[in-house]
Design a protein around this ligand. Structure first.
Ligand SMILES: [Zn+2]
Length: 168
């Protein structure tokens, strides 16, 4: 998994951030109030790509080689652009990270299982939990909705019509 690209999304890209985490990509979300210069420095230090739709990023010298300017459009559009640019695999590592804080999930231990709702406990579907925030993840309706979207994006990877991502 070491060769998987890592990302930092600007604060407007919260939904994309969650879906990148759902696909297993190490992705941070900028919280408000931090300057682009600061965010770009963090990306450089941590080997992340800075994802934004803000054209102004191009004015930063520090953006070169770090920032990627995504096209305007809805979530599907952004996913197609980014997926094509990096050849992202939306499924192979899916649901291995906490959607809220990006931490790698662990198999649920006894303490986590004790907190899980009864309808989450199915013998054929392992539960995971986040060691950072304690959230428990199971394959409920939320999982199925996100999974369906990832599957759609995976299939669409073969189409050559994706909008371009601009390397800054
Ligand atoms: Zn968490």
């Amino acid at each position: 998994m070491n060769s998987m690209p890592r990302f930092l999304c600007d604060e407007m890209l919260g939904r994309l951030c969650r879906y990148l985490r759902a696909a297993g990509y190490d992705t941070l979300l900028a919280n408000g109030g931090r300057s682009d210069a600061e965010l770009l420095r963090q990306c450089r230090e941590e080997g992340r790509y800075f994802l934004t739709q803000d054209q102004l990023v191009q004015e930063h010298k520090a953006a070169h080689g770090v920032a990627l300017l995504l096209p305007q459009g809805d979530l599907d559009h952004l996913a197609a652009a980014l997926g094509t640019h990096f050849g992202l695999d939306w499924l192979s590592h899916s649901f291995t990270r906490c959607l809220e804080d990006n931490t790698s999930l662990l198999a649920a231990d006894a303490a986590a299982l004790a907190r899980a709702p009864a309808d989450a406990l199915r013998p054929d579907e392992p539960l995971c939990h986040c060691p950072a925030c304690g959230r428990i993840y199971w394959r409920g309706s939320h999982y199925k909705r996100m999974r369906a979207k990832l599957e759609t994006w995976q299939l669409a990877r073969r189409e050559a019509s994706a909008p371009p991502v601009t390397a800054v």
